[in-house]
Design a protein. Structure first.
Length: 396
């Protein structure tokens, strides 16, 4: 978004309030300044010099979950998440709560392997309170080896075609098993699988921390690296990576990774998920915000689950509502994150499903934590794990 577009958008707001109808931070706190309309108004006041940058103002802008629920609600067409991103670049130095993580991200995002192996050492060896009681509580065990470093190219003699995986940081460093499961699915259907060691963070955490220049650098490098990968499609198990690369790279970096596809659409159009069967299970589905609001994909994951023999599908109330994760938000605004998550776990348990399925590793992390704190008896699974189990039961 250009400076001019930012100023124009801020001046166009007619204060109708349509944007706050789905805003999770507003609906949870019932505080106008913690909602979509409030944030647009505050940023307008900042630009008009009627407010000055302050810690309090910065907290309102950084408490946005960037969930995209408000993106298409504004009758005058203001793209509120984009306005918030712009506001964050201006206010980042006033967001004192975020200094530690912002500094860590700034210096580690281009060297995630080193940063995570150091963090793993800290996690294992010396500072358990950091992970159990403080800023990083809820972080799962960091993998000994990132997924992207352990696999490279799986060749098939007679290949259907070649598919590349954009793993994303959560799969690389927390859930490498998901990457292995996706590779197994593709290989069992005859695809050659490429896992690209040169993959970098998609840039979403940097952008959300107000570090736009650093996010642009990563976007440019990812575009350059992936343009060298010959593949029919590039797919990711993380909807945030997919959405950021597809929708935000063009304006950030002037291009994108062109053959990136949503994973559900890929699996359905390539007929990979038909004729599957699993042990009987009652499943419900939680919509990740960036898949639902960001990419308008709701039917495909449900179609996949309902098509698996043995799955009894039950819809939860408000399946589209956020689980409260939102990356850095859940670290900086823990009590709001927990309150949003509490409603989600209640809605899951009301279904009596034995398993809640979702399509985002970040949501898996949050749902696992909610399950632990509420002692809920429900399995949490990424949709790729369900498909892998149905397709390759011998490995379970
Ligand atoms: S992106 Fe989500 S949290 Fe942020 S203002 Fe919009 S609806 Fe609210
Ligand atoms: S929906 Fe648009 S015009 Fe209405 S309050 Fe929100 S930003 Fe302003």
């Amino acid at each position: 978004m250009t400076e001019t577009a930012y100023h124009t958008d801020l001046s166009r707001c007619v204060r109708c309030g349509a944007c706050k109808t789905l805003c999770p931070t507003f609906l949870t706190t019932l505080n106008e300044t913690m909602g979509a309309r409030g944030r647009v108004t505050l940023l307008g006041e900042l630009e008009g010099d009627r407010l000055s940058a302050s810690k309090n103002l910065a907290e309102k802008i950084f408490s946005c979950m960037l969930c995209e629920a408000c993106r298409n609600l504004c009758p005058v067409g203001i793209n509120i998440p984009e306005v918030v991103y712009q506001g964050r670049t201006r206010l980042k130095d006033s967001f004192t709560k975020g200094v530690l993580l912002r500094t860590a991200l700034k210096y580690s995002a281009a060297r995630m392997d080193t940063a995570f192996s150091l963090l793993r050492w800290v996690q294992k060896a010396i500072y358990k309170p950091l992970f159990h009681n403080a800023l990083l509580s809820g972080m799962p065990e960091i993998a000994s080896e990132p997924f992207k470093n352990s696999f490279q190219v799986y060749r098939k003699k007679k290949k259907a075609s070649r598919i590349a995986i954009f793993a994303g940081c959560s799969v690389n460093y927390f859930y490498p098993g998901l990457g292995i499961a996706l590779s197994r699915i593709l290989l069992s259907k005859g695809y050659e699988v490429v896992v690209f060691r040169g993959e970098l963070c998609c840039g979403a955490p940097l952008r959300s921390a107000g570090l736009v220049d650093e996010a642009v650098t990563l976007a440019q490098k990812n575009i350059e690296h992936f343009s060298k990968v010959r593949a029919e499609a590039i797919i990711s198990m993380c909807p945030t990576c997919t959405m950021v690369i597809r929708d935000q790279y063009p304006q950030l970096a002037g291009g994108t990774i062109t053959n990136l596809m949503d994973i559900h659409q890929f699996l359905l159009t390539h007929n990979i998920v038909s004729g599957l069967e699993i042990n009987p299970s009652v499943m419900t589905y939680h919509d990740p915000c960036h898949l639902n609001y960001g990419m308008n994909i709701q039917n495909e994951p449900r179609q996949i689950l309902k098509g698996i023999k043995g799955v009894e599908f039950t819809e939860m109330k408000h399946a589209h509502e956020c689980c409260g994760f939102a990356g850095l938000f859940s670290m900086h605004f823990r009590s709001i994150s927990r309150d949003i998550g509490k409603k989600k776990i209640e809605n899951i348990l009301d279904t009596n499903a034995d398993t809640v399925v979702t399509s985002c590793p970040g949501c898996v992390m949050q749902l696992e934590n909610l399950k632990k704190t509420s002692k809920a008896q429900v399995n949490v699974r990424h949709i790729i794990e369900v498909i892998d189990e149905a397709m390759n039961p011998a490995v379970k």
